[in-house]
Design a protein around this ligand. Structure first.
Ligand code: SAH
Ligand code: SF4
Ligand code: F3S
Length: 425
């Protein structure tokens, strides 16, 4: 009840929150929002009227940091009109740059790493430390672990997010139950590598079965699965349980075994190809999506061609392609980089190929019926609705607003690399 006192005292304080980076950052931003709301702050979409600005940052590639720094600098300019404005940098870059962040952008007031958000009330000088409230939109994320112990040689995540820490199963299940009771229909279990979840003999497949028993939740997704950790048990549990969405995000990173070894990924392309064939045999309707890094240090033309060939064989439903970016302190940083121009050309070719394949895969769904959970109105067309198939493909079709939140059959009539279009029925 103490929260209402804060609500009265700080009702007028407004905050503006910007989020960069992965789903895990979006999840943390959700927690920060509920924490601030409980402290009596209200969120605003107008940066100019904010008393507090928080920027949740990502360090995964140099470009991600540059974007965040640019944005923070611009927002810090608002202090000229509003000297009482406080600016905090949260997330992974707050950890990676630590104190040098204050030299880089002197006008920021504080920084806080992703594992320290409970210290936010103290930093903004407001009251106690209430428990974060639960959000209950139609679809929500739930972290099952934080950090990562895989140490892929290019990756900054284990350094900024820390070692793998698995959440208690009871805490995960009760968070999901609470979400279900307040109307959430879809949840995505989040971890840098969900397959590494292990707790007193419970592995990830058992956790999935337990989550699937929670009534009210219609769809359960999970992100990201490291290919080396996907076993028959996980495939079986997804195949057998209709609530578990048959979508596997399995980052391949490279199709060259030599590069995969240098990346410390712990598998070969043959292993990966065997794995996706097993998944597709067990669950023919499943979707496989992937991440690719081009231009890893020492990547020869033949390595790159091996990745193109690998993509032609795997035929992912969609792919995120990145140009390698050296991250300070990672083992790969010490390896010789390839020519920048060559790297951009390879990225362009990889994007073209993966886009072409995504378009072809989506066109196979024309004239099929897909169950679509309707999320919202289509922002580009007020008469149309937007939802997703069980395989996480975006689907647009005409229909009334009253259908939002329902799962409906949609007949697919056309497609592109990124979306499906259809009609109800
Ligand atoms: N834990 C997740 C997410 C990691 S970051 C996973 O393992 O998939 C998301 C993607 O960013 C990675 O899969 C990788 O493809 C890419 N990535 C990570 N570090 C990178 C770097 N230094 N340069 C370029 N891309 C990188
Ligand atoms: Fe980074 Fe590898 Fe962990 Fe993913 S699995 S977060 S790429 S170290
Ligand atoms: Fe996510 Fe970027 Fe941090 S990808 S874990 S926000 S470095």
């Amino acid at each position: 009840m103490i929260y209402s006192i804060y609500a009265i005292n700080y009702n007028s304080m407004k905050y503006y929150l910007v989020t960069f980076g992965c789903q895990m950052n979006k999840y943390t931003s959700g927690k920060v929002e509920s924490l601030l709301n409980k402290l009596g702050y209200t969120i605003t979409t107008q940066e100019k009227e904010a008393d507090l600005i928080l920027v949740n940052t990502c360090s995964v590639r140099d470009s991600a940091e540059e974007r965040a720094i640019g944005r923070i600098r611009t927002l810090a300019g608002l202090k000229r009109q509003n000297p009482n404005l406080k600016i905090g940098v949260i997330g992974c870059m707050a950890v990676r740059l630590r104190n040098s962040l204050f030299e880089l952008i002197p006008r920021i007031d504080f920084s806080l790493g992703p594992n320290e958000t409970e210290n936010l009330p103290a930093l903004i000088e407001k009251g106690s430390d209430p428990l974060p409230a639960i959000f209950s939109g139609l679809k929500e994320f739930v972290a099952i672990s934080t950090g990562c112990d895989n140490f892929c040689s290019y990756c900054i995540v284990p350094f900024v997010r820390g070692n793998l820490v698995v959440r208690q199963k009871e805490a995960i299940l009760s968070e999901i139950k609470e979400l279900a009771e307040s109307g959430t229909k879809e949840i995505t279990l989040l971890g840098q590598d969900v397959t590494s979840f292990r707790l007193n003999g419970t592995g990830f497949p058992e956790l999935l079965s337990d989550v699937a028993r929670i009534s009210g939740i219609e769809r359960i997704r999970f992100l990201t699965s490291h290919p080396k950790g996907v076993d028959d048990q996980l495939i079986d549990v997804v195949a057998e349980n209709p609530k578990l969405c048959p979508h596997f995000h399995l980052p391949l990173q490279s199709g060259s075994d030599r590069v995969l070894r240098d990346m410390n990924r712990g598998y070969t392309f043959d292993y990966y190809f065997g794995l996706i064939n097993k998944i597709r045999k067990a669950i023919p309707s499943s979707a496989i999506t992937t991440d690719i890094i081009v231009g890893f240090p020492k990547e020869a033309r033949s390595d790159f061609e091996a990745t193109l060939k690998a993509i032609e064989m795997v035929r992912p439903d969609s792919s995120f392609c990145f140009a390698y970016s050296a991250r300070p302190g990672t083992p790969a940083e010490r390896l010789p980089e390839i020519d920048q121009k060559e790297k951009s050309e390879r990225l362009k070719r990889m994007i073209e190929l993966t886009k072409k394949i995504a378009g072809e895969k989506n066109s196979l769904l024309i004239d099929t019926r897909q169950d679509v959970l309707i999320e919202a109105k289509n922002p580009k067309d007020p008469k149309a609705l937007m939802g997703r198939t069980i395989t996480n493909k975006v689907c647009l079709f005409e229909g009334g607003e009253g259908l939002i939140g329902k799962t409906v059959p949609v007949h697919i009539t056309s497609s592109s690399a990124y979306t499906l279009k259809g009609r109800l029925g």
